[in-house]
Design a protein around this ligand. Structure first.
Ligand code: KG4
Ligand code: ZN
Length: 351
């Protein structure tokens, strides 16, 4: 195969990652370094993340280039996450990409991190093409989108407080389970009975209809509070045995809401193709419940490495933006609150 080489760089949170992509989706190499240092704090410490990116990025890019069997001056395009994310962390990647692009006189594109998550599945599955309903669920975002075409994104629903992954992380902390919370909860919930501690499923009232903002939006803070209240009611000596049950209840409630809202979108838009993205897409429970709730759904999810933060998805999304003629200048900067490109309120259509 042949095609231009894109170097993707991702440093928006606590993964330092670089990838070399040939053409649209031939992944020549993909290096991801997760910053374990945050584990001792039970969450990401922004200043430490920036310093770690600074320390690690040169080595991570070198590793990706060596594995791809190419040199830096073979790269045709630099694609870097420009936001949203931790500003100090983002700046490390953006400054690196701009420096390389300037030194080699190559183009650079700034990529929206969530558009990256949207493109992650497409790196591995060329048939994961619009139109589809997309559920992007990470530690920082919970977005339900209608995607009639790449670059044309209609926002159906979003979280009003905590993101889905963040809710898993906070619930794990309450249960004394390690960070990141999603995988720890899923693992221990395996031995739990989800019916022992019923928890609420926020914003699922049966009276809501399309057009009512509650219909597609998410809220996780009430669920977290309900879990805390449950934990407080359990005698200290009995908590350990109840943790798997509490974890299972929380997981079923958190996942149940995601699945139900996605099912509503599939029904309203008459589009049985669903694409998952973001770290929470790694949840086997989410995928299983999705298949049970939406019979016949064509469900696409990224592999584990492409679900969590990674540079391959950034390279893929950057390639798409570049092909549309979007090139950044040397004034490219990182933005913690970068708006999602092409995102609009919905104009429901049938696929
Ligand atoms: O996309 P990601 O790597 O980083 C952000 O951009 O935030 O997502 C990380 C999030 C964490 O909150 C983690 O708890 C969650 O994804 N996660 C899961 C699972 N695996 C990772 N949540 C639920 N179930 C899982 N199996
Ligand atoms: Zn992410």
């Amino acid at each position: 195969m042949s095609g231009p080489l894109t170097l993707g760089i991702e440093t928006s949170c606590d993964e330092t990652s670089a990838a070399v992509l040939r053409g649209d989706r031939e992944l020549l190499s993909h290096t991801i370094l997760s910053q374990d240092v945050h584990v001792i704090y039970g969450g990401v410490v922004p200043e430490i993340a920036s310093r770690e990116h600074l320390r690690l990025l040169d080595g991570v890019v070198d590793d990706a280039l060596v594995r791809a069997g190419v040199g830096l001056d073979d790269i045709n395009l630099f694609a870097v996450t420009a936001g949203p994310g931790l500003i100090g962390a983002l700046l490390v990647g953006v400054a690196w990409a701009k420096g390389a692009a300037w030194a080699l006189d190559r183009p650079v594109v700034g990529v929206h991190h969530m558009e990256g998550h949207l493109f992650a599945v497409n790196v591995e599955h060329p048939e994961a093409e619009p139109p589809f309903v997309a559920l992007l669920v990470s530690g920082g975002h919970t977005l339900l989108l209608w995607v009639p075409a790449w670059g044309d994104y209609r926002l159906l629903g979003e979280t009003r407080d905590d993101a889905a992954g963040e809710a898993f992380d906070k619930a794990a902390k309450l249960l004394g389970l390690p960070y990141p919370g999603g995988p720890s909860i899923e693992q221990i919930a395996h031995d739990g009975d989800a019916t022992r501690h019923p928890l609420p499923r926020p914003l699922l009232a049966s009276t809501t209809r399309p057009g009512d903002p509650d219909y597609y939006d998410f809220s996780y803070s009430g669920l977290k509070t309900a879990l805390r209240t449950r934990i407080q009611r359990i005698a200290e000596g009995e908590l350990t045995v109840e943790v798997p049950h509490l974890a299972a209840s929380f997981q079923e409630a958190a996942v149940g809401v995601l699945v139900e809202k996605t099912a509503r979108a599939v029904q309203e838009l008459n589009c049985p193709r669903v694409l998952l993205g973001g770290g929470v897409a790694n949840s086997r429970t989410l995928r299983a419940r999705m298949m049970e709730r939406i019979p016949g759904v064509e469900l696409f999810h990224p592999s584990a490495r492409l679900a969590t933060d990674n540079a391959a998805m950034i390279a893929r999304a950057g390639r798409f933006r570049f092909d549309r003629g979007e090139v950044a200048g040397m004034d490219l900067s990182a933005r913690a609150d970068l708006p999602f490109p092409g995102l609009a309120r919905p104009d429901h259509r049938v696929c």
